[in-house]
Design a protein around this ligand. Structure first.
Ligand code: PLP
Length: 359
């Protein structure tokens, strides 16, 4: 392999973060969310690593679940959005998947399906996100219909999803929890994503559903004793591939949008928006070169970025570069780009080789 651009994923860090979730929610079962290729970390590898230490996995859709079953993952896997068409009930049943029921079309398809084995269902309650789920007042009827349906295994789990659990003291979260509590059925329940795990111990219920924090990232703006213990699992790395000195007044990159204000040393690094490094990252976005901070200069290209290394000692071709990871927080890059860390890791493209370490 010659192009040095890669993501290093530390499985020990993922296991450590899962253990942290356990210690924060000791009485709840843990469903690890590995949708979107485990937030870019590699769904199969991450699921293999987590399967022994979590109670279930969750993905967005059937295709993602089948990828895991094909890789030999036997743990329960929940389809967080349920089925997208009636035929998927049969496959879900054959593959022993757990399936969300969140709308009437899914529910009536289930009632009409003839399935080789009954399916465990999670009923989604819309408490304020207004994206998926039944209104709290509809849940009693939905649960009764599931109880009368031969394709359903056992009692459903009731779950809901927060719109604003990141925000301390959010009124929206309090309203959502009140709506969820008001359903009033004695069934297993689940509400918390990572932010809820960190912020809402009173809402851990029977199952927690962390995603982002398992990868070592905190969704909270402030740091807490728990977030301090998270270990970032992924380092996006490359190396300096070219170096030049330009004079004051010369510009760098497409559109000539960045102009040197002094004699400037420019390091070129072979990673660009074709790899998922965001094109919207502005000049000034930090980059680690030889563990020292430098900044982007000029536009991100498809395959390359250019970095102002004038103030760094003796930079040479081949010197290591970190785009985000330990030493350069994902959230810091996200802030420069105007997005969140979730988008940065999920958009890392196929061109990024994932390598897995256990240390
Ligand atoms: C993605 C997702 C989660 C995990 O959220 P994080 O913020 O990554 O912890 C939990 N529940 C549902 C329904 C989700 O879609």
């Amino acid at each position: 392999m010659s192009r040095p651009t890669r993501a290093e994923i530390n499985r020990d860090a993922i296991r450590h973060n899962a253990a942290l979730v356990r210690s924060l929610a000791p009485d709840a079962r843990m469903m690890a969310v590995v949708k979107a290729n485990a937030y870019g970390h590699g769904a199969t590898e991450v699921s293999r690593c987590l399967e022994p230490v979590v109670d279930a996995l969750a993905v967005a859709c059937l295709e993602e679940a089948l990828e895991l079953r094909d890789a030999g993952i036997a743990a329960p896997i929940l389809l967080l959005e349920g089925v997208f068409n009636a035929d998927e009930w049969l496959i879900a049943s054959q593959q022993a998947l757990w399936v969300t029921v969140e709308n009437e079309a899914q529910l009536s398809a289930l009632e009409q399906a003839s399935l080789p084995q009954p399916v465990s269902c999670w009923v989604k309650v819309d408490t304020g996100m207004h994206r998926l789920g039944f209104a709290p007042a509809e849940v009693l009827d939905v649960v009764a219909r599931l109880a009368g349906c031969p394709g359903v295994a056992g009692d459903p789990v009731l779950f809901t999803h927060f719109a604003d659990a990141e925000t301390a003291g959010s009124n929206a979260t309090a309203d959502q929890l009140a709506g969820f509590e008001a359903v009033g059925l004695s069934l297993p329940r689940s509400a918390c994503n990572s932010a809820g795990v960190l912020r809402l111990p009173h809402a851990h219920y029977d199952w927690v559903r962390p995603g982002y924090m398992l990868y070592g990232n905190s969704p909270l703006a402030e740091s807490t004793p728990a977030t301090e213990q998270l270990r970032p699992a992924l380092a996006l790395r490359s190396a300096v591939s070219s170096l030049r000195t330009i004079e004051r007044g010369q510009s760098v990159g497409y559109g000539g949008k960045w102009t040197a204000q002094r004699t400037t040393r420019i390091a070129t690094v072979p990673i660009g928006y074709g790899d998922g490094y965001p094109r919207s990252a502005p000049a000034g976005t930090p980059v680690l070169v030889k563990e020292q901070r430098a900044v982007l200069a000029g536009r991100v290209s498809m395959d390359m970025i250019t970095v102002d290394v004038t103030d760094l000692q003796a930079v040479a071709i081949g010197d290591p570069v970190t785009l985000w990871g330990p030493g350069l927080g994902l959230h810091e890059i996200a802030e420069h780009v105007g997005t969140n860390g979730y988008e940065l890791t999920t958009r890392m493209s196929r061109r990024i080789t994932r390598t897995y370490l256990d240390a």
